[in-house]
Design a protein. Structure first.
Ligand code: FAD
Ligand code: AMP
Lengths: 398, 269
């Protein structure tokens, strides 16, 4: 293993042992020893005050000068480009200033040219578009073919895609075909001023810890990025860049899959990541039928409807609404938690929301630790009043 | 055609619930944190056991993990809920594996196990939390991959039909075997191990395979075989103080309405 403790520097202070998630540090005779449980995550190195621990990196001096530019993959659905792609383009447009390289958009779907060209409004210098009916179904084998082909041709230094359910299926496949590294579900991207490497920061351990990850040995450096973390910025006077249509010969795009049914007409408000506001309910709602009250609130706010695990497990609302570690991770502008205690597993799925409002009758509930605004009160009084207030548009008190 | 094996890949993770931040040093304290089986993997195991119970087409179920020697514990757990066999991939050289090196290692082991018709993964883990191992494994094995499966509608020796939960609703997809899938929590309710199951698991020997058993080179595994590298692990700055909206219910609602108005979510006086 490539981790080393320097005898002359280590004081046996045990700080590394305390922060290790994996029980991988033993202290013997005032000295730290790393055991076989170590996964080389580096948490101990971060905390050591004496620079006594080191992970030896073989830093291969590779020449990647033939790889230039940032490519952003834009996912489409029902003929439209998803916002998550425009957010990423806007972010990449900032990053490219540190690299002085072109920005490529790669749009794939059963879409029209005008839709693909929207990418110019968010800073793309080049738009590559694969527009064809073969892309109607989201099958990773068909999509990966066109992604791999384009990446091999354009040779970008960095490749980014949104961490949607499809993105998190497709992009690992592409990375595996290209044999390059992929960082999952990032919430922060930056260019290292010296090495020019992409520093990819992502929440792990349910959002309790952030990890920064780099890809030194291979190109492109690939990352999926959590939707709605980056800001979508439309450019005032976009210059017209180059538009390249990728010609599709349907015969080359066979698939291993068969779509035998869809159920897209689902209850509304199910696709939580589409909403800027989410109203969510937990055990505090007492029984299933009380969700109708929250549903009404979500409707007057034009919000999505979420739930804690407790509510889903009790059968009050279906699983696609579940927010948290074993459900969805959401990132709305505003998250309104009603009767949710805020167990750490729930927080893992929503604590990166911009603004969190908590309504709970227990002032000690952990949800208030992450909330921006808190109301200690009964949801059955607060929520109906709030609905009334919004509907009437009139103050409740003179 | 021979009957198929079902392989379930599981991972040992530190349970997060007890991790908290030390206010003095602003570091994470993991004292008393137990190692557990990754929660999603319980659903993967349960699905494997159920498939075998239901279908004559399956010859054997095998639980597979890569980890330090102590990861044997979760394999014992897997046996006690009804898996037939278990294999532990353990080697100092596996340490520091990213998702790709993990996928390569698991793939080599699945090839050695042989006749795998279906390989089941959890949706993602508690610690690494990437959800990339399943899809990268499938690519390495040239298998189709169906992610986010909430129901297996049909499985025979040749094909699988499964319902997956995508962003905009459910889709039912069919693929040829051998195939790999990842499962979400909705798929089943995992059983608790029976006393008999626990006794059986205790007695069973679990083989330990290192890099040589599965025929991989040192450059293919662990940190050397990885493309990504964690360079920094830190705790996020605690961001804000909560502002409590006090008063009678009407006053509280009025204050909240004011905030929502500032945020452009509602209109009105
Ligand atoms: C803080 C941190 C951040 C990381 N970020 C990245 C990153 O962005 N990119 C990257 O490539 N690597 C990353 N890694 C490394 C990665 O997490 C590895 O540990 C890898 O071995 C497993 O990936 P995972 O835990 O994300 O598994 P996931 O892909 O989330 O796991 C999905 C499923 O794969 C199966 N599985 C996963 N691991 C094993 C195993 N060891 N044995 C058997 N089955 C298994 C299980 O069925 C599991 O439910 C990170 C590690 C840490 C500690
Ligand atoms: N009528 C109520 N109004 C507001 N909060 C409630 C009510 N009843 C229970 N709760 C809270 O709901 C939480 C349970 O949420 P959870 O277990 O996350 O679903 C607890 O913190 C309770 O304090």
């Amino acid at each position: 293993m490539d981790i080393k403790v320097f005898k002359d520097k280590c004081t046996g202070c045990k700080l590394c042992q305390k922060v290790c998630f994996y029980d991988a540090v033993d202290i013997k005779d005032k000295m730290a020893y790393i055991n076989e449980n170590c996964i080389l995550c580096g948490a101990c190195i971060e905390v050591c005050k004496f620079d006594a621990i080191e992970i030896k990196e073989q830093a291969p001096d590779m020449d990647f000068t033939d790889h230039r530019g940032i490519m952003v993959y834009l996912e489409t659905h029902d003929g439209r480009v998803l916002d998550s792609g425009f957010e990423l383009l806007s972010e990449a447009n900032k990053l490219k200033k540190d690299l002085d390289t072109p920005l490529y958009a790669l749009v794939v779907g059963n879409i029209c040219q005008d839709e693909a060209k929207k990418a110019f409004r968010y800073g793309a210098d080049w738009v590559y578009a694969a527009m064809h009916a073969v892309f109607e179904n989201h099958f990773d084998d068909i999509y990966s073919k066109v992604l791999v082909k384009t990446i091999k041709k354009v040779k970008p230094d960095i490749f980014l895609g949104a961490a949607t359910p499809f993105g998190r299926t497709l992009i690992p496949k592409v990375a595996a075909i290209l044999k390059t590294g992929l960082t999952a579900d990032c919430t922060g991207l930056a260019i290292d001023s010296q090495s020019k490497l992409l520093k990819q920061t992502r929440p792990t351990f349910g959002g309790n810890v952030l990890a920064t990850i780099v890809c030194k040995k291979t190109r492109p450096q690939m990352a999926t990025v959590r939707p709605h973390v980056m800001e979508k910025i439309e450019i005032d006077a976009p210059k017209q860049g180059q538009f390249k249509e990728i010609k599709i010969q349907p015969g080359h795009y066979g698939t291993q899959y068969k779509m035998t049914g869809t159920d897209k007409k689902q209850e509304e408000s199910i696709n939580l990541s589409d909403y800027e506001v989410i109203v969510a309910g937990g055990r505090g709602l007492g029984e299933g039928k009380n969700f109708s009250m929250l549903k009404e609130l979500s409707e007057v706010l034009g919000a999505g409807l979420g739930a804690s695990r407790a509510a889903v497990d009790s059968g009050w609302i279906s699983y696609p609404h579940q927010v948290g570690q074993t459900g969805k991770t959401v990132n709305p502008k505003i998250y309104i938690a009603c009767g949710i205690s805020g167990a750490i597993q729930h927080l893992a799925g929503m604590q990166t929301s911009d603004i969190i409002v908590a309504i709970n009758k227990d002032a000690a509930a952990p949800i208030f630790k992450v909330a921006n605004y808190g109301i200690v009160g009964d949801v059955f009084e607060v929520v109906p009043k709030l609905i009334e207030r919004i509907k009437s548009g009139k103050p409740l008190i003179e | 055609m021979v009957k198929i094996k079902v392989v379930v890949c599981i991972k040992q993770v530190p349970g997060t619930t007890d991790i908290h931040i030390d206010p003095q040093t602003n570091t994470l304290v993991r004292e008393g944190v137990e190692n557990i089986i990754n929660p999603f993997d319980n659903y993967a195991l349960e699905e494997g056991v159920r498939l075998k119970e239901k279908s004559e087409e399956i010859s054997q179920t095998v639980a597979l993990t890569m980890g330090p020697p102590q990861a044997e514990q979760i394999l014992k757990d897997a046996l006690s809920v009804g898996m037939d066999e278990a294999v532990l991939l353990s080697d100092r050289e596996f340490a520091g594996a990213d998702t790709w090196a993990t996928a390569v290692t698991l793939a080599a082991a699945v090839k050695k196990i042989g006749d795998a018709g279906l390989v089941i993964f959890g949706k993602q883990t508690l610690d690494g939390d990437t959800g990339q191992v399943g899809p990268e494994f499938a690519q390495r094995m040239h298998m189709p991959f169906i992610g986010y499966v909430s129901k297996i509608c049909k499985l025979d020796r040749k094909s699988i039909q499964a319902e997956r939960l995508m962003e905009h609703g459910y889709e039912i997809i069919e693929a040829q075997l051998p195939a790999a899938i990842s499962v979400v929590k909705d798929i089943n309710e995992p059983r608790v191990p029976s006393l008999r199951g626990k006794m059986k698991a205790k007695k069973m020997e679990i083989p330990v395979w290192d890099r040589h058993h599965i025929g991989l080179d040192a450059e293919q595994v662990g940190l050397s075989g990885s493309f990504t590298q964690v360079v920094k692990v830190f705790t996020p700055q605690s961001k804000h103080e909560v502002m409590m909206l006090e008063g009678s219910t009407a006053e509280q609602v009025e204050k909240l309405f004011g905030k929502l108005k500032q945020l452009n979510v509602v209109q009105g006086a």
